[in-house]
Design a protein around this ligand. Structure first.
Ligand SMILES: [Zn+2]
Ligand SMILES: [Zn+2]
Length: 115
């Protein structure tokens, strides 16, 4: 929970292990998976499902705000992005009603662009 809380972005199980392993020396990836599953089942943590990707995890508070994600294709990290495009209703054919949308942006993050 602390690892996810400190992170400004969704984390994969191996990123959780890297962050939490600094504080809990004996932590294993299997334990991280088990805890993420338990926290997901209680609703404290939400999986971030990107097409064709293993899930990352974010806290319930983060998941409850409408937001989108940026996937860096170089380091494979997923970032939260603010804002939402306007005018999506205009893309929907006549007579259709838009209920929800998902949006993932792909590219290179600032950390990778510097290298
Ligand atoms: Zn990157
Ligand atoms: Zn949106």
């Amino acid at each position: 929970m602390q690892a996810l809380n400190k992170s400004a972005r969704p984390l994969s199980p191996s990123e959780v292990l890297k962050a939490a392993g600094k504080h809990v020396k004996s932590l294993s990836l299997a334990t991280v998976y088990r805890n993420l599953k338990a926290m997901t089942d209680d609703g404290q943590v939400h999986p971030v499902q990107l097409p064709g990707e293993p899930p990352r995890y974010e806290l319930k508070e983060a998941a409850s705000r409408h937001h989108h994600h940026f996937h860096c294709e170089t380091c494979d990290k997923v970032f939260d992005i603010a804002g939402c495009p306007k005018g999506l209703e205009g893309m929907v054919p006549g007579g259709f009603t838009l209920r929800a949308h998902e949006l993932v942006l792909y590219g290179r993050c600032a950390g990778c662009a510097e290298k």
